[in-house]
Design a protein around this ligand. Structure first.
Ligand SMILES: Nc1nc2c(ncn2[C@@H]2O[C@H](COP(=O)(O)OP(=O)(O)OP(=O)(O)O)[C@@H](O)[C@H]2O)c(=O)[nH]1
Ligand SMILES: [Mg+2]
Length: 221
C-alpha cells in the first residue's frame, strides 16, 4: 500500500477501480482541485482489484503531490466490497464515493460534503434524475433504459430519484451503523442507505458524463 497521509483529513474520497489507469491522473487532479478550492482537507483512497494495467505506477507518481492511498486487493473482486474496503482505510469523518471513469463530476464533491453539514443530513446523493440533473447525450439508449428500470425497481426501498447512483457522501456513523452490511449487489449506495438506517437524504443534481477512457465493467446481471 502506498501512502502519503495528510494530517487530519475531514473527508475521505473512495474510488473503486478495475482497469482505470488511464483515468486516474485526471480524476485525482480534478478531485483535489475541487476540495482545495473549497478548503476541504481530503484524502483519496483507490481500491483496485489487481488491475495490472499500470495503476500502481500512476499512483506512485501522484502521491508526490497529493494525499492518495492505494489499496490493491489481490484475491477479491467486486465494486461494492471494494467500497467497503475503502471505508476501512479511511481517516475522515465523512466519506464520498465516486467512479473513476469521470462519469461523476468531481467538482460536485464539495457540494455533497456540504449537504451533510447544512441539513443535518446523513446521506447526500449525486443525482442524475433530480431537478437540474441530467445525462450527457452520448450515453447509449440501452444504458438509459436499464438505469430507468433499475431505478423503478429500487423505488420501494428508498424515496430517492436516483437510488442507483454510485456518487454519494455519507457520514462515518452511517457506515458504522451498517456494519453488518454484506453487500449483495453492484449498487452499494442503496444498500448503505437502507441498512445504515438513513432518514435525512439530500439529492444534489449532477450532470452524468460518458466514461472517459477504458471499458465498462457492468454486466447484464
Ligand atoms: N475495485 C473494483 N472496482 C470496480 C469493479 N467493477 C467496477 N469497478 C469500478 O467501479 C466504477 C463503476 O464501474 P463502471 O464499469 O464504470 O460501471 P458503470 O458506470 O455502471 O457503467 P458505464 O456507464 O458503462 O461506465 C469504476 O470506477 C470501475 O472501475 C470491481 O470489480 N472492483
Ligand atoms: Mg462508468
Amino acid at each position: 500500500m502506498l501512502d502519503m497521509s495528510v494530517t487530519t483529513p475531514t473527508a475521505s474520497i473512495i474510488v473503486p477501480t478495475f482497469r482505470e489507469a488511464a483515468n486516474l491522473d485526471t480524476l485525482i487532479k480534478r478531485c483535489f482541485q475541487a476540495t482545495q478550492s473549497a478548503a476541504i482537507e481530503a484524502e483519496l483512497i483507490i481500491v483496485d482489484d489487481d488491475s495490472n494495467d499500470g495503476t500502481e505506477a500512476v499512483i506512485e507518481k501522484i502521491v508526490e503531490s497529493y494525499p492518495v492511498k492505494l489499496v490493491v486487493r489481490k484475491s477479491k473482486r467486486g465494486l461494492a466490497t471494494a467500497v467497503l474496503t475503502g471505508f476501512r482505510h479511511a481517516a475522515g469523518e465523512k466519506f464520498v464515493v465516486l467512479d473513476a471513469d469521470l462519469q461523476h463530476p468531481p467538482e460536485m464533491i464539495p457540494a455533497l460534503l456540504q449537504a451533510l453539514d447544512d441539513n443535518n443530513c446523513d446521506f447526500a446523493l449525486g443525482s442524475r434524475y433530480a431537478q437540474g440533473g441530467g445525462i450527457e447525450d452520448s450515453w447509449p439508449w440501452y444504458r438509459r433504459l436499464t438505469s430507468r428500470v433499475a431505478t423503478m425497481l429500487a423505488n420501494p426501498l428508498a424515496p430517492l430519484a436516483d437510488p442507483m447512483s454510485g456518487f454519494f457522501a455519507i457520514t462515518r456513523k452511517i457506515w458504522e451503523d451498517a456494519a453488518h452490511l454484506n453487500p449483495l449487489g453492484y449498487k452499494i449506495a442503496l444498500e448503505l442507505y437502507v441498512k445504515g438506517g438513513c432518514s435525512k437524504p439530500v439529492e444534489i443534481p449532477i450532470r452524468f458524463a460518458t466514461r472517459r477512457a477504458g471499458r465498462s465493467k457492468l454486466t447484464f446481471s
